[in-house]
Write a protein that binds this ligand. Sequence first.
Ligand SMILES: NC(=O)c1ccc[n+]([C@@H]2O[C@H](COP(=O)([O-])OP(=O)(O)OC[C@H]3O[C@@H](n4cnc5c(N)ncnc54)[C@H](OP(=O)(O)O)[C@@H]3O)[C@@H](O)[C@H]2O)c1
Length: 191
Amino acid sequence: METGLTGKSALITGASRGIGRAIAFALAREGCSVMLSSRKKEALDAVAEELSAAYPDVRVETYAANAGDPEAAAACVAATVSALGGLDVLVNNAATNPYFGPLVDLDLARAEKTVRVNQYGIVLWTQLAWKAAMAERGGAIVNLASIGGFLTEPGIGYYNATKAAVIHLTRQFAAELAPKVAIRPSLTVGG
Ligand SMILES: NC(=O)c1ccc[n+]([C@@H]2O[C@H](COP(=O)([O-])OP(=O)(O)OC[C@H]3O[C@@H](n4cnc5c(N)ncnc54)[C@H](OP(=O)(O)O)[C@@H]3O)[C@@H](O)[C@H]2O)c1
């Protein structure tokens, strides 16, 4: 059965496992071509193999990129447009949590890594998707936030602060890019 996603093209970050992998399967099931991205090419290729076996008519590509690296992100978005013929759906799913502990002991290196991937990554990939395709063709962007963005919790306060930022950035981009692009936060519970 055809849906609004049939024949569209999606790029999913953090697609080598977990929620990103599940989103890739859900999109492929609708007949949407998918570009799978994360840092580890081998893990992505394994997911691509499974996806192609389940949905042989769907185009599946992989591209290894650190979500916090502007050059790698730009190359991945360009590869997506070139391989899939466009970019209609961006799923900003990749996130990291290198530190568990109280904020009073958080070090700069891990704070910077958390912000770069979880928070700046949302801005970076949205900018790239907008400039490469969505400013002209429109599209949809889903940002993986967390219920933790509204709460205080022991150990993961800084990670949760980046998720609070994701919720706000989603609102801000939704206002700035409407009506061309529909942007939604996805609020998962658990971490
Ligand atoms: N699971 C939960 O309970 C939960 C709850 C609330 C919110 N969330 C959010 O949902 C999203 C997915 O969570 P998950 O539990 O499925 O995560 P996960 O199982 O830990 O998987 C993380 C994915 O992101 C990739 N990744 C990690 N660092 C990256 C980086 N610097 N650049 C590019 N890719 C990177 C990983 O692949 P590589 O190692 O190959 O890079 C992997 O594919 C995240 O945004 C998370 O914050 C999850």
